[in-house]
Design a protein around this ligand. Structure first.
Ligand SMILES: Nc1ncnc2c1ncn2[C@@H]1O[C@H](COP(=O)(O)OP(=O)(O)OP(=O)(O)O)[C@@H](O)[C@H]1O
Length: 292
C-alpha cells in the first residue's frame, strides 16, 4: 500500500499541495484528476521522492520513501515526456534500467516490444509520439514495480494507441497485481479503468470516489412527460439536460426507491441511460465539470 499522509508543498509563492492524504491499495487503479496546474505532477513527483514535501510523509509498504531509499525500488514514475531519453538507443536504455531496477525483466521487455510491434532503434527520438509513449510504459512495467505512476500517459495519442495502452494497463493489473496511479485531465479515459478517483483542485483533494460505490448509488434516465416534469419529482433529481418535454436526469439513492419515485411521476416514457463519469462528477460537484 502507498499511504500519502498530510503532504504539503510550497513552490515559489504558491502552495502547490495542501495537506494531501490518501491511500493506494495493491492491484488497483487510481485516477488523479484535475485541471492544468492543479498539482497532479507535483503530487506524483512527491510520491516517488523527486519532490521533497515541506510536511507530510509518503509510506510505501509501510516504509518512508524519504528515509528509506530501498523503498523506491517498488515505485516507478513515468513522466509525460520521454525527452530525457531521446538521444539514447533502446539497448542503452535497457542497460540503464537494468542497473537501476534489479527486477528489470529483459525477456518480458522484449515480449512487450514484440507484442506492440515496436522495433528497437538506435535513437528513441526516431519513434513516433505514440511509440514513445508505449515504449515508456513498457520500460516501466518491465522493471516489475509494485506501483506505477503515470503522468498524462495518453496525452496526444490517437484512439487506437490509447485503447492499446488501456488494455495493456488492465492486463498488468490483473496479471501482475501491480497498482497504477494515473494523473490526467481527461475524465473519460478513466471511465473503464479506475477503481478510485481523486479530484485535485488548487492543490487540495476535493473529492475521493470509489467508482463501484458511485455506480450503485446513481441512476440516469431520459424521461418524457406529457407536459413537464412534476415539481415533486424534480426535487429528487439533478437535471443534466432538458429539451422541451424531454429530460436527461440523474438521481441518487436507493435503486428501488428511485424507480418507485420515477413511476409515481407518471412519465409518458422513460429509458435508463448508461452513466458516465462526467455525469457523476457534474452531479456530485453541483454542476461544476472538473475536466475540460
Ligand atoms: N518548480 C516550481 N516552482 C514554482 N512553481 C511551480 C513549480 N512546479 C510547479 N509549480 C506550480 O505548481 C502548480 C501545480 O503544477 P503541476 O505541474 O503539479 O500541476 P498539474 O496538475 O500537473 O498541471 P498540468 O496538467 O498542467 O501538468 C502550477 O501552478 C505550477 O505553476
Amino acid at each position: 500500500m502507498i499511504q500519502v499522509q498530510n503532504v504539503s508543498k510550497t513552490m515559489g509563492r504558491q502552495t502547490v499541495l495542501k495537506e494531501i492524504t490518501f491511500n493506494v491499495g495493491k492491484g488497483t487503479i487510481t485516477g488523479v484528476v484535475g485541471r492544468n496546474g492543479a498539482g497532479k505532477t507535483t503530487l506524483l513527483r512527491t510520491m516517488v521522492s523527486i519532490v521533497d514535501p515541506d510536511q507530510g510523509t509518503v509510506m510505501v509498504n509501510h516504509r518512508d520513501i524519504f528515509k528509506d531509499p530501498g523503498s523506491k525500488q517498488s515505485v516507478i514514475y513515468v513522466s509525460d515526456s520521454v525527452e530525457a531519453l531521446k538521444n539514447h538507443s533502446v539497448s542503452h536504455i535497457v542497460s540503464l534500467y537494468t542497473d537501476i531496477y534489479p527486477n528489470f525483466d529483459r525477456q518480458y521487455f522484449q515480449e512487450l516490444m514484440d507484442r506492440f510491434q515496436i522495433p528497437t532503434v538506435k535513437k528513441v527520438k526516431q519513434y513516433s509520439k505514440g511509440r514513445k509513449a508505449l515504449f515508456a510504459l513498457i520500460l516501466a512495467f518491465a522493471a516489475k514495480p509494485e506501483y506505477v505512476l503515470l503522468d498524462e500517459p495518453t496525452d496526444g495519442l490517437d484512439i487506437i494507441v490509447k485503447k492499446e495502452m488501456m488494455r495493456f494497463m488492465l492486463d498488468e493489473v490483473a496479471k501482475e497485481d501491480v497498482s497504477i496511479i494515473i494523473a490526467t485531465h481527461r475524465l473519460d479515459e478513466l471511465e473503464t479503468l479506475a477503481d478510485q478517483i481523486l479530484v485535485i483542485k488548487d492543490g487540495n483533494i476535493t473529492e475521493t470516489f470509489q467508482l463501484t460505490d458511485l455506480r450503485e448509488k446513481y441512476k440516469k434516465w431520459q424521461v418524457v412527460y406529457r407536459e413537464q416534469m412534476p415539481e415533486s419529482f424534480m426535487k429528487n433529481v439533478y437535471i443534466l439536460q432538458q429539451s422541451g418535454r424531454v429530460y436527461t436526469c440523474l438521481a441518487e439513492g436507493d435503486v428501488t426507491t428511485l424507480n418507485a419515485e420515477l413511476e409515481e411521476s407518471a412519465p409518458l416514457l422513460y429509458d435508463e441511460l448508461p452513466l458516465s463519469l462526467e455525469d457523476l462528477f457534474i452531479a456530485k460537484l453541483g454542476g461544476e465539470s472538473i475536466a475540460e
